[in-house]
Design a binder for this molecule. Structure first.
Ligand code: TYM
Length: 334
């Protein structure tokens, strides 16, 4: 048994990974891995809640596994696996469904955003998605769930579910997890519209910088990034676009925002954007190089994911059996 607290987090292989995913999630996973007992997952079951081209889903799944590795996750320190390789996730999801209310899921912000006015027409997977996410987390007795701000509500729901399970089936059935959300970078906004978060499913690629964008593309996207009225480079509620760009700069360069504000006092957007562009390109370059190496060596990734699934299954199956036993299921005869 590890004395370290356990961390679980997942990312959907559902499109272009972007610097919001990196700064809000992956970078922190890698930076803090030595402090925790870690499980990181490629949540392919979540990705299919929107139709995925089969070939694209396959490619995105492996690419996301490589992105975790390229960001510095060490497979000896971390259990890295694909959700669908551990069937306990869907089984636990089914059981947890019976502890969740229809109205609760209907009130989830992400559901409301995704379903819009067409709630009656969206697939049930989109509706039920937070319950599978709760299953992901509780299967590993996770203490902490590092995520961006947009997932806070889903972790809160997971806590409610775990508490309900414990009330019905006895204390200690499930660990009640806590979200770990950084103050900086938890909500990187769109480059084309700083009032909405940067998103994989954005309608235009000008919304995001993808982790695989080349230098020219990054240059163009940052040149086109919207700014606020007034020339000064400072953060503030009245300056959502510049605040976002300062946050991105600060996290990549590891320089606090107030220091940047001082550095650019009296200078214009042109200087600021030029330096920001260099910082983003230079910070992503080593990550992109490692990603290319990993892409060229699929056997390595396969071996990591195979071992990850075995380790994950070993833990998940004990938790699943614990819950089934307490619910009164007849456990399989051995
Ligand atoms: P997903 O795949 O949308 O996003 C992966 C991670 O990136 C964070 N993120 C952001 N952070 C900052 N700024 C942004 N603009 C931004 N956009 C995304 C997300 O908060 C997340 O941490 N439901 C989850 C996947 C999931 C999961 C889980 C997470 C499934 N099971 C269990 C934690 C634990 C999702 O759709 O993330």
């Amino acid at each position: 048994m590890s004395a370290k607290p356990t961390v679980f987090s997942g990312i959907q292989p559902s499109g272009n990974l972007h610097i919001g995913n990196y700064l809000g999630a992956i970078k922190n996973f890698a930076a803090n891995q030595a402090q925790y007992h870690n499980y990181f997952c490629v949540v392919d079951h979540h990705a299919i809640t929107l139709p995925q081209e089969p070939a694209a889903l396959r490619q995105q799944t492996l690419e996301l596994a490589n992105a975790y590795l390229a960001a510095g996750l060490d497979p000896t320190e971390v259990t890295l696996f694909v959700q669908s390789h551990v069937s306990e996730h869907t089984e636990m999801g089914w059981m947890l469904n019976t502890f969740v209310y229809f109205g609760e899921l209907k009130r989830m912000t992400q559901f409301k955003e995704k379903a819009g006015k067409r709630q009656e027409e969206v697939n049930v997977g989109i509706f039920d998605y937070p319950v599978l996410m709760a299953a992901d987390i509780v299967l590993y007795d996770a203490d902490f769930v590092p995520v961006g701000e947009d997932q806070r509500q889903h972790v809160e729901l997971t806590r409610d579910i775990a508490n309900r399970v414990n009330y019905r089936l006895g204390e200690g059935t499930l660990v009640v997890p806590e979200a770990l959300i950084k103050k900086e970078g938890a909500r990187i906004m769109g480059l084309d519209d700083p009032t909405k978060k940067m998103s994989k499913s954005a309608t235009t690629p000008r919304n995001y910088i993808a982790l695989l964008d080349d230098a020219d593309t990054i240059r163009q996207k940052l040149r086109a990034a919207v700014t606020d009225s007034g020339a000064d480079i400072r953060a503030g509620e009245d300056k959502p676009a510049v605040t976002n760009l300062l946050t991105i700069y600060s996290l990549f360069a590891d320089v606090p925002v107030p220091v940047l504000e001082e550095r650019y006092a009296g200078k214009g957007y042109a200087d600021f954007k030029r330096d920001l562009t260099d910082v983003v390109i230079d910070s992503l370059a080593p990550f992109q190089a490692r990603l290319r190496e990993l892409d060229a060596n699929p056997d390595y990734t396969a071996a990591v994911l195979k071992e990850g699934a075995e380790r994950a299954r070993a833990k998940a199956s004990t938790v699943l059996t614990r819950v089934k036993g307490r619910m009164g299921y007849v456990l399989p005869f051995s």
